[in-house]
Design a protein around this ligand. Structure first.
Ligand code: PLP
Length: 398
């Protein structure tokens, strides 16, 4: 009989020893398990030293690295389809973005950023980064190009801008940036690698709110960075220092969701085009912003840079009238939920000036062209006719 007391037996049965036994069995799990552990145990001091001093492969502490984050990262890196790409998974998109920027700038440096960006990133660049002595210039990178200063270190843009859905020429911007020794960071959240691959187009770092399409089911908050390993090694150090790491369970859900990214983006894109065409011809709609429409000034650039026939699931709409009409449309929608996020399986609507772009001043909104009556739709995976029916009945009530 085992003489140990109950409390001890409960603690030391089915633990690390069982992990070792499992590793020797002939089968492996069909799906990658969740490594819900904050730390990894070693047999002795030399085996720990071997990791720190001789690069032996082993996990130590989950803030530094965890198998679930690495499994999701492997899928993300392969999806970008460039040699030597490595990925890192973060606690949120903002964590991925801010940690990456902090990895490459210091006091006295200068950053050039697109003037139409996700509001949280705009807020960070406009109000937070300058606190650390980093100067930021916002510019319309499509119309004005890149005005580099001697201290400019990086250029920041989005593949599909939030919420105006403009598509910059990533290849041209990256080329110009490289000629001047700058890094190009591209937020590829709206497109994903199933629609556009910024690294293949010449950018240095692809950034993601994995909360959105990569997760795809509105049930996790995560972020991701994909870049050449020389750059991810640098970012990884700061990720560990700042601690912006995701939970193993969220990483597991992310990896699970990435299995269907290609299928989902194909259907999101197909649905969004059909619904955008319907709205473009509706008398209560002033304008539709979607790179898939021939009327979009970004259409040709998008066709050149995106996977054939795919323009993503996001578009914005200027409702005729203004705040009153946009608010009335939201209230009249039946199945389409008003939710300040995007990219789930269900169609949702968001109101940029009230949510994602609240940090913009009225002047900055006007300058960027974000109208008071502008709604942003995330077209889901339902039957497109059912989405149109809900929009049609709601617009009919205005
Ligand atoms: N980038 C874009 C384009 C976004 O839309 C968002 C959030 O909405 C973020 C980054 C920030 O991501 P997260 O909310 O996961 O921190």
């Amino acid at each position: 009989m085992n003489a140990k007391k109950l409390s001890t037996k409960l603690i030391h049965t089915g633990d690390g020893q069982f992990c070792k036994e499992l590793a020797k069995t002939a089968s492996v799990p069909e799906t990658f398990p969740v490594y819900l552990t904050s730390v990894f145990a070693f047999d002795d001091v030399p085996s720990l030293d071997a990791v720190y001093e001789h690069g032996a492969k082993s996990y130590i502490y989950s803030r530094m690295a965890n198998p679930n984050a690495d499994a999701a990262a492997q899928i993300l890196a392969i999806a970008e389809d460039v040699p030597d790409a490595k990925a890192l998974v973060f606690a949120s998109g903002m964590a991925a973005i801010t940690t990456s920027i902090l990895s490459f700038v210091q006091a006295g440096d200068h950053v050039i950023a697109s003037n139409v960006l996700y509001g949280g990133v705009y807020d960070y660049l406009a109000n937070e980064l300058p606190r650390f002595g980093v100067q930021v210039t916002f510019a319309d990178l499509i119309k004005e190009g890149v005005h580099v200063q001697p201290n400019t270190k990086l250029l920041y843009t989005e593949t599909i801008s939030n919420p105006l859905m403009e598509v910059p020429d990533i290849a041209a911007i990256s080329r110009e940036a490289h000629e001047r020794g700058l890094l190009t960071l591209v937020d590829n959240t709206f497109a994903t690698s199933a629609v556009a691959r910024p690294l293949a187009l010449g950018a240095d770092v692809a950034l993601y709110s994995a909360t959105k399409y990569l997760g795809g089911h509105s049930d996790i908050t995560c972020g991701a960075v994909v870049a050449r390993s020389t750059l991810t090694d640098k970012i990884r150090r700061f990720q560990s220092l700042y601690g912006a790491i995701p939970s193993p369970s969220d990483c597991w859900l992310l990896a699970r969701s990435l299995r269907t990214l290609d299928l989902r983006m194909k259907k999101h894109s197909k649905n969004a085009l059909v619904v955008a065409e319907f709205l473009e011809s509706h008398p209560k709609v002033e304008k539709v912003f979607y790179p898939g429409l021939a009327s979009s000034p970004s259409h040709e650039r998008a066709k050149r840079q995106f996977a054939a026939g795919r323009f993503g699931g996001m578009f914005s709409v200027n409702v005729r009238g203004g705040v009153k009409e946009a608010s009335a449309l939201i209230a009249a929608l039946d199945a389409i939920a008003f939710a300040p996020s995007l990219a789930g399986v269900a169609t949702t609507v968001s109101y940029p000036i009230k949510t994602s772009h609240r940090s913009y001043t009225k002047e900055a909104l006007e300058k960027a062209g974000i109208a008071q009556g502008q709604l942003r739709f995330s077209i889901g995976l339902e039957d497109a006719n059912d989405i149109i029916e809900d929009l049609s009945q709601a617009l009919g009530k205005l």
